[in-house]
Design a binder for this molecule. Structure first.
Ligand code: KG4
Length: 351
């Protein structure tokens, strides 16, 4: 057993969750700070910290009204300690620490990226070590070899922007609002419908794609993400005013999906047959999910993706990750808040 209260505040989602065994979610309210950040087309760190500070007590109250917890009943309190916006992390850390003291429970610090992969435990699956972990979110685009809790090898990272960031910036350029991922997906879907392209047949339109293939000559042994070139191409194409917004959104999304799928294919070439866990907010994208499923199917691997509600930042996944340590009676290597660079992966590979 492991009854946990968990806190997430690494970026712009404020969330608290009550989770049993790191698998059964009893209550997991999330406050998305869209209202705070959308006027700026991106996240303003100071506003994020302030919103976390304001909202944590409301979310906690929502849980305590349904589950009036008494000191001594929790097995642990879990909290994201890295990577993230430092002010935002500190608000979450100190809220969690206060609860740990009040409920007389130990505090388990969690790595946000590990939590994204652990989210599949909330969907009835287990973390199948060793596995490949593909993370595509607002702050990260990377592929990892997951060997065990806290034992992670970085196979490839982003040279510049993250996938979600590239989508958010594109939506800003195209005037589609924030967050950009869902807006680009909607515009791309409209273009697909306009051209009456059947589900899964996007490649039919590739001849007209005005965007360069990202890292066209990336050798099969290499895994590397890069989105800044395509973003600049979008800016130029949008300024030329020769194409509709939906056309640009469709082809831009196609290139990003193709790039992610190719990197995953390279990782599977290096580690054939390993199961793949794909996580992070960008995995809400249906086109991306189809493309990754195709890669895994053709290379004989299974693909696990958390449910949509657990793909974006939430506290339930933080409990799912903390439980990995709790059930092994292992100390978490992420107990303290880290002020290291915002979203760069800083796991210490043990290999
Ligand atoms: O993992 P996440 O919730 O947190 C951060 O890393 O901040 O990911 C947020 C990212 C944003 O960039 C957002 O635009 C993107 O996920 N996203 C999507 C979709 N829904 C959210 N990207 C593509 N398609 C979507 N449907």
């Amino acid at each position: 057993m492991g009854l946990a209260l968990a806190f997430e505040s690494s970026c712009d989602e404020t969330s608290v969750a009550l989770v049993e065994d790191g698998r059964r979610v009893l209550c997991a309210p999330v406050y998305s700070q869209l209202r705070e950040h959308s006027p700026y087309g991106g996240i303003v760190p100071e506003y994020a910290s302030r919103a976390h500070l304001e909202k944590f007590s409301f979310l906690l109250k929502e849980i305590l009204v349904q589950y009036p917890l008494k000191p001594g009943v929790l097995d642990y309190v879990a909290v994201t300690t890295r990577p993230g916006l430092i002010g935002a992390l500190l608000v979450g850390y100190h809220s969690a620490l206060a609860c740990a003291r009040f409920f007389r429970a130990p505090l388990i610090g969690v790595h946000h990226l590990e939590a994204h992969f652990a989210a599949i435990r909330l969907c009835g699956a287990e973390l199948p070590y060793p596995a490949l972990g593909l993370l595509l979110s607002g702050g990260n685009s990377a592929l990892y070899l997951l060997r065990g809790p806290g034992e992670v090898e970085v196979l490839g990272d982003t040279a510049d922007d993250a996938a979600g960031e590239a989508l958010d910036k594109a939506a800003q350029i195209l005037g589609l609002g924030y967050p950009g991922g869902p807006a680009i997906e909607r515009a791309a879907q409209q273009y697909r419908e306009l051209r009456a392209v059947a589900e899964g047949a996007e490649a039919e339109l590739d001849d007209e794609n005005p965007f360069p293939i990202i890292l066209r000559d990336l050798p099969r042994t290499e895994i590397r993400f890069s989105f800044s070139g395509i973003k600049t191409a979008l800016l130029r194409l949008a300024q030329s005013q020769n194409h509709s917004t939906d056309f640009l959104a469709f082809h831009y999304q196609e290139r990003i999906v193709e790039h992610a799928a190719r990197n995953l294919s390279h990782a599977l070439w290096r580690h054939p047959g390993l199961p793949v866990i794909a996580a992070g907010g960008v995995l809400a994208n249906q086109r991306l999910r189809r493309a990754l499923a195709k890669v895994c199917q053709s290379q004989g691997s299974s693909l696990l993706i958390p449910e949509l509600r657990f793909c974006t930042d939430n506290a339930a996944m933080v409990a799912a990750a903390a439980q990995l340590y709790f059930e092994r009676s292992m100390p978490s290597p992420f107990t303290q808040v880290s002020a290291d660079k915002s979203f760069l992966p800083i796991w210490q590979s043990k290999v």
